[in-house]
Design a binder for this molecule. Sequence first.
Ligand code: ADP
Length: 476
Amino acid sequence: MLYINGQWCEAQSKETYPVYNPATGEVVESVSKGGSIDAKKAIEAAQAALKPWSKLTANDRSHYIKNASSILRSRREELAEIITSEMGKPIAEALGEINTACDYLEWYAEEGKRIYGDTVPSSSPTKRIIVMRQPVGVVGAITPWNFPIAMITRKIAPALAAGCTVVIKPAESTPLTAIEVLKAFHEAGVPKGVLNLVHGIPKEIGQEMMKSTDVRKITFTGSTAVGKELARQAADTMKKVSMELGGHAPFIVFEDADLNRAADGLIASKFRNAGQTCVCTNRVYVQKNIADAFAEILTGKMKKLVVGNGKKPGVTIGPLINEQAVAKTKEHIEDSVQKGAKIIYGGKRPEGKEFEAGFFYEPTVLMNATNEMKISSEETFGPVAPIFLFETEEEVIEQANNTPYGLASYFYTNDVSRIFRVSESLEYGIIGINDPLPTTAQAPFGGIKESGIGREGGKYGIEDYLEYKYLSLELN
Ligand code: ADP
């Protein structure tokens, strides 16, 4: 179902498409296939709602956002089932994602009250300078399937708090979670047109957003290729853009690290969501003299990972999103092995009846990875950890930075001077130091280089939804 101007509706075309469960291959539900006309209507509704919504006090907007968050929290269990049904992550991870999603809503419900302006000392005795902040306008939000609830709230929370209205286009594989988010806002009484949901034909919906002169901002999370294309299209109407794109995260283990912690951290960073996050580790760099010890600890701990349907208790690794994702994982492993890597854990599709219809892959560790392998430069988005060996700090920093991406990076050490030296040298927007999970509502998430533009989270995240207006006043 689409949600336009406060109403649940079918797509104009009356067409539908199936949403699949990646663990079983079964159809979960068929949903409306929205396109240009639906997107256009949604944009019109958002534009009509913009003025009254932006004129509300921040406190009033905050109440709506908090109420929606309470509704979502009260439905955690059923929401987690929906997330797992349409994208596969284990229920425990889905529950964690719902908490994170609500954290963003609650954080920005408060932050909206702190959108301060400035008065600036003038160079003329008769002039006064005032700087105001105002909402940027209608926002087009395009989100991916790997965090089907948190990626939506991370965008709509600051947008709504700032006084913007939004048209959301979720990933085609995860519309059901998006529908639940909109249901919660509907029940929270958000005025019609403030939030709209259109899913179906990405290109058509995207183009409608891009050519509209009412849509003043595009916020996108997804692949670098699509992000670049959208940024190019946004130039025609000079929209503001925020882009959270791909990454190729290095995970460095120095000789002085606590190897137990580092192995636990790597498992959390690499195998969460079956390796399908933009901040997941892609390259593991281990100092040569501790590599064997680290590999042994790591493979020992890997045994606790259980592959299966995310709804089954005890499962820690669900299916990948689709067959192409499995094919890419397989291709990266085969290419690496052909070029000299050694599989020291996993390395194939799991066997057995319960895995037959789904898109499963065993968590895999490769030893002796090199820069000639595809896995060293392409994002796998699957459960494979390639281990590269290094000797010196300078060498590993150079290797770690040798990528067009700059989203997340991780390193493990107990040397405080090294912590500062390495942090200052890594060209990444996010650095986890002895911390595999740095994402949180109050901190700025985002990348440099080709990993994106803008930040989401914290006081920084609301900036992207605001314009400056400068008032210059000449006294009598
Ligand atoms: P992923 O590989 O994670 O699916 P994509 O970049 O393909 O990454 O998708 C992220 C989001 O971008 C999804 O909501 C998808 O539907 C949307 N998308 C993909 N292509 C386009 C497009 N041409 N215009 C607008 N949205 C698009």
